[in-house]
Write a protein that binds this ligand. Structure first.
Ligand code: NZQ
Ligand code: ZN
Length: 385
């Protein structure tokens, strides 16, 4: 097991009716900016619950943070925060609203061009305090310190983070899942599943407990996926789904183990170029990444195949390959397409483009062994066509 530090300061407030308790988490005198997305919260009752809970407080609203939150939209909110002297932000939404809010709290007092926070990138150690009401389980952003922001004008989607960007609190009420469209529920399952794979499908590091934490999240996701798809108002399934998504990316399972994250780096490019939903980009990339990096990953692939899919027959290579095939079959069972050409006709130059971009950014050493070069990224993307 590798050495590690672990500190996660986010308070989780979990369960039915918990939105009603948020006022006591926010300083009484605060000028609150409430951020949200395109309006789902206005039709599913979440907006009403939040505004009722904050009755009598000074609240300014900023709506319209789009999926894959854009720098362009967010800079308008930064202006408002400065003129209105906002001192607390409450994000009410999915990963995009919460990530967008992390950018706001980092950018508002940033001394310089806020886009630098993403390009340098800046490690944000101090930011304006914020809390979240999560409406879409998927990303884990409600209990981590990372965010991903898109600049529409240049088709760039980049990450940022730092210990100043943990939410002060996050409300996880599984009842919000009722109104989530099927495509987004499936995205949530695939995103959380891939988060576990990024931190688990590397090489054996002697971290027995972390492996079993990871496997238990995968098993729970597999168990509840058909239930929430069939009936998103199944509270027990929704609760288990929501907590699994949070646990998949709150830092716990990555401690003491090598992590990959190359699938995410490549996937962000596919979203930036073709506007493909985040989770769908992962489904396009990771099976092919595992094929290209097979020799590096086959021991963990075989362990995953045995413990998750009960694949026990054949040689190590055969079991590892069967594990990849079974995972692709699972994606297809969810109705998720796994080839780039199924999303766009305009894919032919993407591998060259991404190779060049990663080279320009100096991203020469991705993956758990820091040996995925831009040329290997190109090979992975080509295999994903
Ligand atoms: O905008 P509204 O109207 O709210 O609608 C949203 C949006 O259209 C809708 N929605 C959310 N909750 C709903 C709901 N509709 C009905 N009922 C509800 N309860 O769902 C749509 C998608 O929302 P979005 O927030 O974009 O989805 P998700 O949570 O999957 O977030 C994706 C973003 O998170 C980033 C992704 O790259 C992407 O930009 N990620 C953030 C991570 C992090 N910070 O740790 C890690 C992830 O790997 C990921 O990269
Ligand atoms: Zn993800």
């Amino acid at each position: 097991m590798l050495n590690f530090d672990f500190q996660n300061p986010t308070k989780i407030i979990f369960g039915k009716g918990q939105i009603a308790t948020i006022a006591k988490e926010i300083p009484a005198e605060a000028t609150i900016l409430m951020t949200y997305g395109g309006g789902s919260i206005k039709t599913n009752g979440v907006y009403e619950q939040v505004t009722k809970a904050l009755e009598g407080r000074k609240v300014i609203e900023f709506a319209g943070i789009e999926p894959n939150p854009s720098y362009e939209t967010l800079m308008k909110a930064v202006e408002i925060m400065r003129t209105e002297k906002v001192d607390f932000v409450l994000a009410v939404g999915g990963g995009s609203v919460i990530d967008g809010t992390k950018f706001l709290v980092a950018a508002v007092d940033y001394d310089g061009d806020p886009w630098e926070i993403l390009t340098k990138p800046v490690r944000t150690t101090k930011a304006m305090p914020f809390g979240t009401v999560l409406t879409l389980p998927a990303t884990g952003t409600e209990m981590n310190s990372g965010a991903v922001i898109t600049r529409k004008s240049t088709h760039e989607k980049l990450g940022m983070g730092g210990p100043g960007l943990f939410p002060k609190f996050s409300v996880l009420d599984p009842e919000v899942i009722k109104s989530i469209p099927q495509t987004q529920l499936v995205n949530g399952i695939v995103d959380a599943y891939t988060h576990v794979l990024e931190q688990y499908l590397t090489y054996p590091a002697g971290a027995l407990l972390q492996d079993r934490f990871a496997e238990s999240i995968l098993q729970t996701l597999l168990e509840v996926a058909p239930k929430i798809i069939a009936d998103p108002s199944d509270y027990q399934a929704a609760a288990n789904f929501m907590w699994s998504c949070t646990m998949a990316l709150n830092g716990l399972i990555q401690k003491g183990v090598p992590t990959d994250w190359a699938t995410h780096a490549i996937g962000h490019e596919l979203t930036a170029l073709y506007n493909i939903d985040h989770a769908r980009t992962l489904a396009i990339i990771f099976p092919n990444l595992y094929k290209v990096r097979f020799e590096n990953k086959k021991e963990k692939l075989a362990q995953y195949g045995q413990r998750i899919w009960n694949i026990t027959e054949g040689t190590l290579d055969e079991r590892a390959n069967a594990a990849i095939d079974r995972t692709v079959a699972f994606l297809h069972e969810l109705g998720v397409k796994t080839r780039l050409s199924e999303y766009t006709d305009d894919y032919a130059k993407s591998a060259d483009f991404i190779e060049k971009r990663f080279t320009e950014r100096g991203w020469n050493a991705l993956g758990e062994r820091k040996d995925i070069t831009p040329a290997i990224v190109k090979e992975i993307v080509e295999l994903s066509y």
